[in-house]
Design a binder for this molecule. Structure first.
Ligand code: ATP
Ligand code: MG
Length: 330
C-alpha cells in the first residue's frame, strides 16, 4: 500500500534541515505533591530534535516521559527553560511566553484514544485540519487518503463506539498523521492493544515515518518497539537525560549501569575491571603509581647497598617514559 503523493512532504527525506524542529533548553517542570513534597518531573533538560527524527523516550516509570511530552504539547506550564518549535519560542516563563496547544501545530496520539464519540471516523480524523482551517474539499480528500493509508477506508462513516480497539487505534493514528509532515507526539500509543495488533501498527508507523518523513517524539515502555522505531533513543532517569544515542549505541555501549540494567539484565556481567585497554596515558599513570609506591617504600627502609630491579606489571613500554628502573636509582 503506497503513500499518496499529497501526504508526502516534498524533499522531506532528502534535504536535512539544520534548524531543529524542536529545541529545548534548561527545561524544568516541578510538581508539588499533596503531602507538600516537590518532585522535579523534568529537571533541566536540553534537547534538539531534528527534522525527520524518530526520537523514542525510554525510562523507568515516573522518570518524566509523559511530563516532557505534555510540556512540548503545551498541556503543562513549565517552571523554567525554553521550548522552541521550528525556531518559534512557544514556552519561556522568563519572557512570559506560553503558546496554547492548538496554536503549536503539533499532532498527538496518547494512550487513551481520545476520539470524539459523537463524530464519525472521518470527522474525527478531519478535526486537526478543521482547526487549521484547511478548505473543505482538500480536507475530505486528505482524510480519505490517510484512512486508506492506515487501512480503515471502509470505516469512514462509523462511530468510534462501533469499532474494535485496534480499529480505534488506527483512527487515532490517522488523525495524528493527517497533517503529513508535522511533529507528532506519541505517548505509549500501542499499550492498549493486543500483541498482534501492536506489532502490525508498529510496522505501519515505521513505514509511514519512512514515507511521510514526519518528526516523532515517542514514549514507550516496550524495548522492542523502541529498537524497531527509533532513529535515536533518549533514556531518562529522575527527570534528566541518562543517555541520548542511536539504539545500537545505547544497547552496546550503555552510559552507565542504570541504562544497561534498563536495557536488559542480559547486558550485566559481574566482574572486576583490571584494565580497560592500553593507552599511553594508562601506561604513564601505572608508572607514576609504581614510582610513588617505590619512593615511599625506599624512604621507610634503611639504604640498600645495591639497587633492586622492578618493572611495570602490564602494558607495553611508552618509550620516553619507560617505567623500567631500579630501586634507588632516583
Ligand atoms: N499532576 C501531577 N501532580 C503531582 N505529581 C505529578 C503530576 N504528574 C506527574 N507527577 C509526578 O511527576 C513524575 C513524572 O511523571 P510522569 O507521568 O512524567 O512519568 P512517566 O515517565 O511518564 O511514567 P510512566 O512510565 O509510569 O508513564 C512522577 O514522579 C509523578 O508522580
Ligand atoms: Mg507516562
Amino acid at each position: 500500500m503506497g503513500v499518496p503523493a499529497s501526504l508526502v512532504v516534498p524533499g522531506a527525506a532528502a534535504v536535512p534541515e539544520t534548524r531543529p524542529r524542536i529545541a529545548v533548553r534548561g527545561l524544568t517542570k516541578r510538581f508539588r505533591r499533596r503531602d507538600g513534597t516537590q518532585v522535579n518531573a523534568v529537571d533541566g533538560i536540553d534537547l534538539d530534535v531534528a527534522e525527520g527524527e524518530f526520537l523514542v523516550l525510554l525510562g523507568p516509570s515516573g522518570c518524566g516521559k509523559t511530563t516532557l511530552l505534555r510540556v512540548l504539547a503545551g498541556l503543562e506550564e513549565v517552571d523554567a527553560g525554553r521550548v522552541e518549535l521550528d525556531g518559534r519560542v512557544v514556552d519561556d516563563p522568563a519572557v512570559r511566553v506560553c503558546v496554547p496547544t492548538e496554536r503549536r501545530g503539533l499532532s498527538m496520539m496518547f494512550q487513551s484514544y481520545a476520539l470524539w464519540p459523537h463524530m464519525t471516523v472521518a470527522e474525527n480524523v478531519a478535526y486537526p485540519l478543521t482547526t487549521r482551517r484547511v478548505r473543505r474539499a482538500e480536507r475530505a480528500a486528505r482524510v480519505r487518503r490517510v484512512l486508506d493509508v492506515v487501512g480503515i477506508g471502509p470505516l469512514a462513516g462509523q462511530y468510534p463506539g462501533q469499532l474494535s480497539g485496534g480499529q480505534q487505534q488506527r483512527v487515532a493514528l490517522a488523525r495524528a498523521l493527517v497533517a503529513g509532515d508535522g511533529v507528532v507526539l506519541f505517548d505509549e500509543p500501542l499499550s492498549n492493544v493486543d500483541a498482534k495488533v501492536r506489532e502490525q501498527l508498529r510496522t505501519e508507523i515505521a513505514r509511514l515515518h519512512r514515507e511521510l518523513g514526519f518528526t516523532a517524539v515517542y514514549v514507550t515502555h516496550d524495548q522492542e518497539e523502541a529498537l524497531t522505531l527509533a532513529t535515536r533513543l533518549l533514556v531518562l532517569r529522575d527527570g534528566r537525560i541518562a543517555q541520548s544515542a542511536s539504539p545500537r549505541e545505547v544497547y552496546t555501549r550503555p552510559a552507565d549501569l542504570g541504562v544497561a540494567r534498563f536495557m536488559g539484565a542480559g547486558n550485566e556481567i559481574p566482574g572486576m575491571l583490571r584494565a580497560a585497554s592500553w593507552s599511553p596515558q594508562w601506561a604513564r599513570w601505572q608508572w607514576a603509581r609504581s614510582r610513588r609506591a617505590r619512593c615511599s617504600a625506599a624512604a621507610s627502609r634503611p639504604p640498600q647497598p645495591t639497587g633492586r630491579p622492578w618493572s611495570r606489571s602490564a602494558g607495553p613500554s611508552t618509550g620516553a617514559s619507560s617505567p623500567t628502573a631500579t630501586a634507588g636509582s632516583s
